[in-house]
Design a protein around this ligand. Structure first.
Ligand SMILES: Cc1cc2nc3c(=O)[nH]c(=O)nc-3n(C[C@H](O)[C@H](O)[C@H](O)COP(=O)(O)OP(=O)(O)OC[C@H]3O[C@@H](n4cnc5c(N)ncnc54)[C@H](O)[C@@H]3O)c2cc1C
Length: 347
């Protein structure tokens, strides 16, 4: 592999139902920052059917170039045709860096593509930099410059790993949604648009989509909430979540939960925080009757302020909490709600 051949920062511009996903714009913003350090450009790869019109939106958020792979086979996301599209773009355009959102789609697509083009992928990154590798020079060993240094929490956030891919290209990363910044929208900005179609033949290996069920819900997406009032098994019953509803209402928050609560059937899966649920980073996260298992912490420890209420003073949630109250949530939560109501009324 001739590494010098590989140039430019590419981002997979995820779209669903021909609407650009927020993560695509976040990745363009981050891609632009990395591209400037490498004196190169950011290219968005737009894959779908009838999606060409979305190129202007990608340009408005900073894409210098848009490669459009448009084919009826790509109407809905399916692993095989999308992996074929993205791997073919890599083979033809040879990017130095390729960023993919760590969404359900991106987490499925990224590893398929990296295996196909035989390169390294770091999953679920929270920070990206351009720098030297090894980071600490090893005497007598070559230190490579301008590498993508990909940082991600590992072991449920107990350690932070910075990973590089010095010998293969592109350097691939999936990036956690909500971490990177979009650029300000520039109306009327134009990108160089190039269409590329590697050819798609319907294949028996392609998944056949029988039905798409949209999750109709009136709940706020917990990833967007500024204050989360999260309950665990300690809440005791679905009825007892009323205590958390009251607190959430008083403080303008949204209720979320641990997996134990979802497994017990008390709350729906879209409210689950954690490794197999959603990653949230609200300004305030109340962890009420939640023990703080690493799989739960992985989804919320980036919150600005964590308040834990738990009757077990040795619960691991207290290791990450900024404020903690040891005691029975059935007593503490109503008192807290009253205090907050009183404080709001006195304002
Ligand atoms: C592969 C894998 C993926 C997983 N993904 C997730 C995930 O995405 N999200 C997730 O949350 N979990 C996940 N889990 C499960 C995780 O390991 C824990 O089992 C789960 O988080 C426990 O939920 P909990 O804290 O609500 O319950 P528990 O661990 O049972 O904790 C309940 C807590 O409530 C306290 N309590 C009880 N009564 C009261 C009271 N009256 N007042 C105050 N405190 C009280 C107890 O002291 C205890 O600390 C995953 C597990 C695996 C193996």
């Amino acid at each position: 592999m001739n590494l010098e051949e590989y140039k430019g920062v590419f981002v997979f511009a995820q779209q669903v139902d021909n609407k650009v996903s927020g993560i695509a714009l976040e990745l363009i913003g981050e891609g632009k920052r990395l591209a400037e350090k490498l004196s190169t450009e950011v290219t968005a790869v737009l894959v779908g059917s009838g999606v060409k019109d979305l190129a202007d939106e990608l340009a408005a958020y900073g894409a210098d170039k848009v490669i459009v792979v448009d084919d009826p086979e790509l109407k809905e996301y399916r692993t095989e045709p999308y992996a074929h599209a993205l791997a073919s773009v890599i083979d033809k355009y040879k990017p130095e860096i390729l960023l993919v959102g760590a969404t359900a789609i991106g987490r499925d697509l990224g590893p398929r593509v990296s295996a196909r083009v035989h390169t390294g992928l770091t999953a679920d990154c929270t920070s990206l930099e351009i720098g030297d590798f090894p980071i600490n020079p090893i005497p007598g060993k070559e230190q490579k410059h301008n590498q993508l240094l990909m940082t991600r929490p590992a072991f449920g956030g107990n350690t932070i790993a910075t990973i590089a891919c010095p010998d293969f290209r592109p350097q691939m990363a999936t990036v956690r949604p909500g971490v990177m910044q979009k650029l300000e929208k520039k109306e009327g900005a134009k990108a160089v648009v190039e269409e590329f179609n590697p050819g798609f033949t319907p294949d028996s290996k392609y998944v056949e989509i029988v039905e798409i069920v949209k999750n109709i819900t009136d709940t706020v997406d917990i990833m967007d909430a500024k204050i989360l009032v999260s309950g665990g098994r300690g809440v005791g019953s679905p009825e007892n979540f009323k205590l958390l509803d009251d607190l959430a209402e008083a403080i303008g928050g949204t209720v979320s939960c641990s997996r134990a609560v979802v497994d017990a059937g008390w709350k729906s899966k879209d409210l689950q925080v954690g490794q197999t649920g959603k990653t949230v980073r609200p300004s305030v996260y109340f962890a009420i009757g939640i023990s703080g298992a690493i799989q739960h912490l992985a989804g919320m420890e980036e919150s600005d302020i964590i308040v834990a209420i738990n009757k077990d003073e040795t619960a691991p949630i207290f290791d990450v909490a900024d404020y903690g109250v040891v005691g029975d949530l059935n007593k503490i939560v109503p008192m807290l709600t009253e205090q907050i109501k009183a404080a709001v009324a006195n304002k």
